[in-house]
Ligand binder design. Structure first.
Ligand SMILES: [Zn+2]
Length: 317
């Protein structure tokens, strides 16, 4: 049994920029975790591509964070356009299933850390029109919107405005990387489903990037999802695909119908992954392992495709 893959988070745009913004590889074929040649073997594929920026510059003094944001966006658009026979950028969620029926993959634009556009909520309307459908409020630093899982600290007034403007413009709020305090601040004001695009279970593996049972249940209550992250550091000690399954199975204890669990591999943003998983081509192995562990085919299909599609469809019309 082979399942389509809907992955809520990757850093392939950053990987394609290369060390000095020199393109290294193409989306069609590269040495990274994701390329279209390998993804073509899946019976359906939708990938959220993050434009990642942080105030802690990757290239200090050489490029601004605004440069980074624009160049990541440009590289995604360029590579998707260059491979239009394989993948298309989607504007309306309904295009994702239409693409799958036509044998086409789908690309969805997302924001990881709004540093690249000055944390300005007024720009979210334009960004939504360009096609952005998901946004975190930050990365690992404290910023004008929020504290992070590293720094602690809650949502600021500007952060609340950011949540309001994003939700008004059909952009899903993504709580991955945020502090616990700010998570609950968002829960107090949200008027739409909340996702954690690439976060695992803190009960299974105690890491601040993972979410507690209470946080997962609160996400379920909003109608949102948590996407499973393949970063070994967030999965366990020397993790295998069995360790990865432990996170999904724990979430299924809290969400027995399995409607709030998805995938958010963080591919191309991480170096170590569970043993046996080396890139997009290995998701079928993860599905196999979940079936072996007793997860039903219908639930695997929900985790691999339906749940992410559902929340995007509901929020991003
Ligand atoms: Zn991340």
């Amino acid at each position: 049994m082979n399942f389509p893959v809907f992955d809520l988070h990757c850093d392939t745009a950053l990987a394609m920029l290369g060390k000095d913004f020199l393109a290294e590889g193409t989306l069609k074929k590269n040495q990274f975790h994701i390329d279209l040649e390998r993804a073509s073997a899946l019976p359906g594929y939708a990938q959220c591509f993050a434009c990642f920026t942080t105030p802690r510059e990757k290239f200090p003094g050489r490029f601004t964070v605004e440069d980074m944001f624009e160049r990541e966006l440009a590289v995604i658009l360029r590579e998707v356009n260059a491979n239009g026979d394989l993948i298309q950028l989607i504007y309306e969620p309904k295009e994702i299933e239409l693409n799958r029926n036509k044998g086409l993959m789908s690309a969805i634009l997302t924001i990881e850390g709004p540093a690249g556009f000055g944390y300005n909520p007024d720009l979210l309307e334009n960004l939504s029109q360009i096609g952005f459908r998901i946004s975190t409020l930050g990365w690992n630093e404290k910023n004008p919107l929020t504290g992070s899982h590293v720094t602690g600290g809650g949502l600021t007034e500007l952060g609340k405005e950011y949540v309001r403007q994003a939700q008004k413009n059909g952009i899903l709020i993504d709580v991955s990387h945020i502090s616990d305090e700010a998570f609950w601040d968002i829960m107090d004001i949200t008027e739409a489903p909340i996702i954690a695009s690439h976060s695992n279970s803190r009960k299974v593996w105690d890491h601040s990037r993972n979410i507690t049972d209470e946080m997962f249940l609160a996400i379920c209550k909003t109608g949102g999802v948590a996407g499973f992250n393949m970063c070994a550091e967030f999965v366990g000690e020397n993790p295998t695909l069995d360790t990865a399954c432990d996170h999904i199975i724990h979430f299924l204890e809290l969400d027995p119908d399995g409607k709030h669990i998805a995938l958010g591999g963080d591919l191309d943003g991480i170096s170590h992954m569970p043993e046996g998983f080396t890139g997009i081509q290995d998701y079928p192995k993860f599905a196999e392992k979940l079936l072996e562990r007793g997860v039903s085919e219908d639930t695997v299909m929900d985790i691999f495709w339906n749940n992410a599609l559902g929340v995007i469809t509901q929020c991003c019309m």
